[in-house]
Design a binder for this molecule. Structure first.
Ligand SMILES: Nc1nc2c(ncn2[C@@H]2O[C@H](COP(=O)(O)OP(=O)(O)OP(=O)(O)O)[C@@H](O)[C@H]2O)c(=O)[nH]1
Ligand SMILES: [Mg+2]
Length: 394
């Protein structure tokens, strides 16, 4: 259920799994240059917040941004994404700053990726690869690791052409030996497909164990509250604060940090509501705009579990200037996962950072995980929602 519940033997198997070479290739990120295209019709604010977030993602991956290159264009170029003039500029920057990699703010097609890597002699990644890398660094449970590896392999499969193609081009000149690269490429592809099959099978097993746990919990009749929301909204902080406020003692805390995607694996704990009724509370992975769809697909069962809770607390960082956009991103994902709207309670967090609470916010509960303000009210509201259900099954 949680990483803490995973046995040591299982952990060892995960490490072995990682050693197999096919799994996640960790990206070494120390310094990076960012490249973003401001598309026609895109607002300045959206563009900037997306770039800021990309910067946050680089930092979350342990790196530092040394330059940002921006181009305004109607649409991305099919072959190298940015125009040839910008490409020359990028090359210049790369030779000056010698970054470990160049990160593009949008997803690159296999062709763009290949062309760019040829033109700029440095590792190129896109937003999706970066997020996959962070998820790879954070995953601790067997399920988490399998999910990330699956998303990574599915993303890489169509892009697996760089080295192979190069080799076949090199040998292509000689004529007869053409195909050596292609053969290797085909072999790699086959291995990846095989591994994807393996992972899917293993995930089915994990999934059925999880359903077993879930049924057991249902039999225990405990309502489940889950925290969802944008990354960095303060879900884990709120989780800790809610556990603390009812236990008043030093229960194990989950890690809260300003890094994006601090939490990846789901943690569940029992809490006692004001009336004395017990409930389970779950902290889980956060959302982000343009969450790679391979990741959403791979994490579907984890997300589904969070969404199937009796109450969804949508945690919103109200101190963030673009919290409206972030809210919309989360609500869209929740909708896509068919979350029951009636179960959602908006929880505006970090109110301690504001001088006053802005008028015009839609209904919700205002709290500060840091100071504890509003927590009692939140718990009472949760209880009020849960009680009718309790009468039915009680
Ligand atoms: N001032 C203030 N800071 C807060 C509050 N709640 C959380 N934070 C800070 O916000 C940052 C993110 O908090 P987390 O609890 O890790 O956020 P999260 O939603 O779990 O983030 P991910 O796990 O990355 O999705 C941390 O630096 C927290 O200390 C709050 O009520 N007030
Ligand atoms: Mg968290």
């Amino acid at each position: 259920m949680t990483s803490a519940h995973l046995g040591r033997r299982l952990q060892k198997r995960i490490i072995k799994l990682k050693d197999r070479g096919l799994s996640l290739q960790e990206i070494k990120i120390e310094t990076a240059i960012l490249v973003g295209i401001k598309l026609k019709g895109e607002s300045e604010l959206d563009f900037e917040s997306s770039l800021d977030e990309l910067k946050g993602l680089i930092e979350a991956a342990g790196g530092e941004v040394t330059a940002v290159l921006i181009q305004a264009r109607e649409r991305p170029g099919a072959s190298t994404y940015i125009g040839s003039g910008k490409l020359a500029e990028l090359n210049q920057l790369v030779s000056e700053l010698k970054p470990d990699l160049v990160v593009f703010d949008q997803e690159l097609s296999p062709t763009q990726l290949r062309n760019l890597e040829e033109a700029v002699k440095v590792r190129i990644i896109d937003r999706t690869m970066l997020i996959l890398d962070i998820f790879g660094q954070r995953a601790r449970t067997r399920e988490g690791m399998l999910q990330v590896e699956l998303a990574d392999l599915e993303y890489r499969l169509p892009r697996l052409s760089g080295k192979g193609a190069e080799m076949s081009r090199l040998s292509g000149g000689i004529g007869t030996r053409a195909g050596a690269g292609e053969q290797k490429l085909e072999l790699d592809r086959r291995r990846i497909r095989q591994r994807i099959q393996d992972i899917k099978q293993q995930m089915q097993k994990v999934e059925s164990t999880r359903q077993l746990h879930r049924r057991r919990r249902q039999r225990a009749g405990l309502p489940v509250i889950s925290l969802v929301g944008y990354t960095n909204a303060g879900k884990s902080s709120l989780f800790n604060a809610m556990c603390r406020s009812v236990h008043r003692s030093g229960v194990d805390q989950v890690e809260a940090d300003a890094r994006l995607f601090q939490t990846l694996d789901t943690t569940t704990r029992k809490i006692t509501l004001p009336s004395g009724r017990e409930a389970l509370i779950t902290d889980t992975v956060g959302f982000i705009q343009n969450l790679p769809h391979h990741l959403v697909a791979a994490f579907r069962s984890t997300l589904q579990e969070a969404i199937d809770a009796d109450i969804l607390l949508h945690v919103i960082d109200i101190s963030s200037p673009d919290h409206w956009d972030k809210m919309r991103v989360v609500e869209k994902v929740l909708q896509e996962l068919n979350a029951d709207q009636d179960k959602i309670i908006r929880v505006y967090n970090k109110t301690d950072k504001l001088d006053f609470i802005p008028a015009g916010e839609k209904s919700g509960i205002f709290v500060s995980a840091r100071t504890g303000s509003g927590l009692k009210h939140l718990l009472t509201q949760i209880e009020a929602r849960i009680l009718p259900a309790a009468r039915v099954d009680g």
